[in-house]
Design a protein around this ligand. Structure first.
Ligand code: GDP
Length: 443
């Protein structure tokens, strides 16, 4: 999916515009329990296109006292990583020095930029007068907007659609096209060892790197063969190597992950064993869960911790606790530096990729449904006991199951978790699962 960045100085209304743009999908996105719900990226659908919107301002903590430097950095990041940039300014306050600095940077980038003059809640005539001075930025048309009231949003979105790169085949489909290769994205904060891991894997003799036409076009992709399977590794650190500033910027790791997640089967999330899991690690894990990608958690630099088995178990327990919402994800302890356990990462990723496309046999699913109905008292929903009638697998990548029942709108979270866990246990699936609830046809 194309990436659209919202940039601008603090308080111009970036997050209000963000919420306006994603409005159609926002209600459908399920919350991932255990992660702060300050979303700074989400998919939006307008017309016949779906794209990911990133509120870059939202990545900056303490939005109020952001320095000019940070706004520029944020804009630079957007230029490097995104397809279209929405440059938001305060239409009432007029152009500021910060706006001009960011404007100059964006102008040089050659990327499509739409200048938005926000907070113009008044009728059209005054709006045009107010936004006129923004033409001075030299970025072309200026879009008057009241993000608060939704005025001008249709016009802005219409132009935005025109600026998106041409639609790629299969870009909207939820399932990744199955060309037989397994795509693994290596994600993680800066300096956790992503590049070192990829290099270590490429040196493993059994993982003979092969040139497969059509799979290595992207310079950040490396292809290898594992047990006769074609595996494509995407190193999100590799993107930054050729670029300027991003290596210092933590939020870059989320943007880079967003960029590759849609075309991956498995996300390998690297963490640094010498540091406790931090918010940024949780955000990346949550991203994998939200995007419905299989996830391997890799605790790297284990050589710095030692060989004590109990420490590993303690670390595992702590991690399971802080990343509860991806409790299904296997955890591997590696040293990319010495090569210890690096092959195991690929081994598990390949196995998860298979689970990701697993199709459960229908008779077994039906037996499972009977078992669930018999063994767990049905919760009461809208003063009726929940009745489950049928179950069917309706999709893969990730495995998606539809349950027909009497009250599809009100199934309690607890019961959903119970069903998910039962499916997980029955078919030994350590990948994210999706459940849909439907009413009986003809009812
Ligand atoms: P990236 O930003 O995630 O790609 O991280 P790099 O691969 O550039 O690694 C950052 C630093 O950590 C480098 O100095 C590596 O040598 C070091 N490093 C990476 N993996 C390990 C490891 O397993 N053990 C130790 N001790 N150092 C590592």
């Amino acid at each position: 999916k194309p990436l659209v960045a919202i940039v601008g100085r603090p308080n111009v209304g970036k997050s209000t515009l963000f919420n306006r743009l994603i409005r159609r999908r926002a209600a459908l996105v399920e919350d991932v329990p255990g992660v702060t719900r300050d979303r700074h990226y989400a998919d939006a659908s307008w017309g016949d296109r779906t794209f990911t919107v990133i509120d870059t301002g939202g990545f900056v903590p303490g939005d109020q006292d952001v320095l000019l430097k940070e706004v520029r950095e944020q804009a630079q990041l957007a230029v490097e990583e995104c397809d279209v940039i929405l440059f938001v300014t305060d239409g009432r306050a007029g152009l500021t020095a910060a706006d001009e600095a960011v404007g100059a940077l964006l102008r040089k980038s050659g990327k499509p930029v739409l200048v938005v003059a926000n907070k113009l809640d008044s009728p059209i005539g005054t709006v045009q007068a107010l936004s006129a001075e923004f033409f001075r930025l030299g970025l072309g048309e200026v879009f008057p907007l009241s993000a608060e009231h939704g005025l001008g949003i249709e016009n802005l979105a219409g132009t935005l659609l025109d600026k998106l790169p041409a639609k790629k085949e299969g870009e909207d489909s939820e399932e990744r096209p199955d060309d037989g290769s397994i795509r693994i994205a290596i994600i993680g904060r800066p300096n956790v060892g992503k590049s070192t891991l990829v290099n270590a894997l490429l040196k493993e003799k059994r993982l003979v790197a092969s040139e497969v036409p059509g799979t290595t076009r992207d310079p950040i992709d490396s292809t290898l063969t594992y047990k006769d399977k074609k595996v494509v590794l995407t190193d999100t650190a590799g993107i930054r190597r050729k670029r300027s500033i991003a290596h210092r910027v933590e939020k870059y790791s989320v943007m880079a992950a967003l960029r590759v997640m849609d075309r991956s089967d498995v996300a390998v999330l690297l963490m640094d064993a010498t540091e406790p899991a931090v918010d940024q690690d949780a955000k990346l894990a949550a991203l994998a869960e939200e995007k419905g990608r299989a996830l391997v958690i890799v605790v790297n630099k284990w050589d710095l911790i030692g060989t004590d088995q109990r420490r590993q178990e303690a670390y595992r327990e702590a991690l399971k606790y802080s990343l509860k919402f991806v409790g299904y994800a296997p955890i591997v302890f590696t040293s990319a530096l010495t090569g210890s356990k690096v092959e195991k990462v690929v081994d598990i990723a390949v196995e998860l990729a298979e689970q990701f496309r697993y199709r459960a046999p229908t008779p077994q699913l039906n037996r499972l449904l009977d078992h669930m109905v018999d063994n767990n008292p049905a919760p009461i929903v809208h003063s009726k006991p929940l009745r489950l009638y049928y179950i069917a697998q309706v999709g893969t990548a990730p495995p998606t199951f539809a349950l027909t029942c009497n009250v599809p709108q009100g199934v309690p979270e607890m019961y959903k978790r119970y069903i998910t866990n039962q499916i997980r246990k029955t078919f030994d699936l350590r990948v994210p699962l999706r459940l849909l609830f439907k009413e009986r046809p003809g009812k």
